[in-house]
Design a protein around this ligand. Structure first.
Ligand code: NAI
Length: 515
């Protein structure tokens, strides 16, 4: 018997969902609560329901992933991982034979509870990737840019993340992967990066922009959907200047005039937007200045960011949410990091560190704002973040955190954590998920059944469905930032469930609680 393809392993039998050859159409009732805080202190809650139709295109697009900073630790590790899967490479280590896997990937290695088994009432879990059709990582076409000319074989060896037995077998495939030249502006990344900048487009900003657009167009000729991800070094924060960064037209004029304050990451964002391909910012700098955001809105192109959420901050966005939702009051958090990779070297420069510090610090804001029993309006948690560069450690990052919380009757509870891991082995699956989920998001559209003749509309410009993967998620104007990891995960899963006409996961299990 032929194996059932992943995207057909879950079938929803409901009058609310229609599987057609090329699309899945779900009728969905979106329930929300409209809340008014009355002057007398009463919180008035009015449940409302919107009737939606959600359409998911079933044909998975051929995905082209272009990474800025391709030859860095993240970019080279992800490329090697995809190639290792593609070639079915196995390698020997002291612990035995290893084969490739995608541990750490939401789309490839996590499961979703879909319901209870009719025979014995036990929960049934299915792989995330079996719910809707998604790209197989082995089919992703990879390309990218780097200011360093090292090919991907050299990059993988320079990163020293993967076992040598794997590196050796990958060499025949990776040595032909050569990053396209990019733009280096001393003002934006640390001066200590200058030594590797030997692969540059030496031209005006306008010509750089045109070249990047041309590079993207080349990828478009091979792939149906192209996603550009910034996984290059963290830039310093860019001063948002009136007349330069404030509007789309001013930014385009500033590029045409070669204004020195347009960052390389903004050039890549603008090129992607003008080519109407999603642009994702995996570093903390403020690439999305108002002019970039306006341009993205105007061109109806997608953007997402900022700063991949992978290790210490991911843990923080779980732990603080957990403490605050228990009614325990975190009051002081100290986070130390030391690491020895090139990211750490770049962050040893103060201006670039400041960008990282800001995105690492804000991650607890939503938890604090959620509980006015614990926190007075405007009250802040004492929160410090320190990053040190220790070259010997390479990609192995050490994160040490101390969380001090107030508990009952003047007690304190201090939790200390020590986290050691290869940074890029956490980041690579996150970049993979971003690419796969972005491609999926481009195939989903919504229409309101309550509005006569309404047309199907895609997600709005800021793809905040991807917030799970970012330390400082950008959201559409008027929205609210969610940092808590479990809420972010629920958001992705419940939207995917809605595409199949399924209610959000409620964990009520009334089947086992009432007669
Ligand atoms: P890396 O330093 O190994 O790689 C960055 C690459 O970008 C280098 O190869 C560099 O030559 C290249 N580069 C710098 N400026 C460029 C430009 N203008 N155009 C093209 N290439 C350029 O760093 P790694 O570890 O790969 O991290 C990449 C980024 O991801 C950093 O900004 C880091 O802060 C961010 N990040 C990493 C996380 C992780 O867990 N590894 C988590 C969150 C964010």
């Amino acid at each position: 018997m032929d194996a059932v393809p992943a995207s057909r392993r879950v079938f929803v039998d409901s009058p609310n969902v229609r599987y057609e050859d090329d699309q899945i159409i779900a009728d969905y009732r979106y329930s929300a609560n409209e809340v008014t805080k009355r002057p007398n202190g009463v919180v008035h809650v009015k449940p409302v329901e919107k009737r939606l139709q959600i359409r998911t295109n079933r044909k998975v697009n051929r995905l082209g992933l272009m990474m800025v900073g391709w030859g860095g630790n993240n970019g080279s590790t992800l490329t090697a991982a995809i190639e290792a899967h593609r070639q079915g490479i196995t390698w020997k280590t002291r612990q035995g034979l290893r084969k490739p896997n995608w541990l750490g990937s939401l789309t490839q290695a996590s499961t979703v509870q879909i319901g209870l088994d009719t025979t014995d009432g036990s929960p049934v879990y299915v792989p995330f990737k079996d719910l809707l059709p998604t790209v197989d990582p082995k089919d992703i076409i990879i390309d990218g840019w780097d200011i360093s000319s090292a090919d991907l074989n050299e990059s993988v060896r320079r990163a020293a993340v993967l076992d040598v037995g794997l590196q050796d077998q990958l060499e025949p495939y990776l040595k032909f992967c050569k990053p396209k030249p990019s733009v280096y502006k001393e003002k934006f990344i640390a001066l200590n990066q200058m030594g590797r900048a030997d692969n540059l487009i030496e031209a005006s900003d306008q010509k750089v922009l045109d070249q990047i657009r041309e590079d993207i167009r080349q990828m478009k000729s091979k792939a149906d959907t192209v996603v550009v991800v910034w996984t290059a070094n963290t830039e310093c924060l860019c001063p948002v200047l009136e007349g330069v960064h404030d509007t789309a037209d001013n930014l385009l004029a500033a590029i045409a005039n070669g204004h020195e304050d347009v960052s390389p990451s903004a050039l890549f964002a603008v090129a992607s937007i003008l080519e109407k391909v999603p642009f994702i910012n995996g570093s903390p700098q403020n690439t999305f200045v108002p002019g970039v955001r306006e341009l993205a809105q105007r061109e109806k192109s997608w953007i997402a960011g900022d700063d991949f959420k992978t290790g210490q901050t991911r843990m923080k966005s779980v732990l603080v949410d957990f403490l605050v939702s228990c009614g325990i009051k975190p009051v002081a958090i100290a986070s130390y990091n030391h690491l020895g990779n090139n990211d750490g070297k770049n962050l040893s420069s103060h201006q670039q560190f400041l960008a990282k510090k800001a995105s690492k610090t804000n991650v607890i804001d939503d938890a604090v704002l959620s509980n006015d029993i614990l926190y007075e309006p405007g009250e802040k948690v004492d929160h410090t973040v320190i990053i040190e560069y220790l070259p010997y450690l390479g990609d192995s990052k050490r994160a040490m955190d101390e969380y001090t919380s107030e508990i009952m009757f003047g007690g304190t509870n201090t939790i200390v954590m020590h986290n050691v891991c290869e940074d890029s082995l956490l980041a690579a699956p996150v970049i993979l998920d971003l690419a796969i989920l972005t491609e999926l998001a481009t195939r989903i559209s919504f229409r309101s059944v309550d509005v006569k003749d309404s047309e199907f509309q895609p997600f709005t410009t800021e793809l905040s469905i991807l917030s799970y993967m970012f330390k400082a998620p950008i959201i559409q104007e008027g929205g609210h930032v969610v940092n808590a990891l479990n809420k972010q995960r629920a958001s992705i899963l419940n939207i995917v469930r809605a595409c199949l006409g399924l209610a959000p996961e409620h964990h009520m299990d009334l089947e086992t609680k009432i007669p």
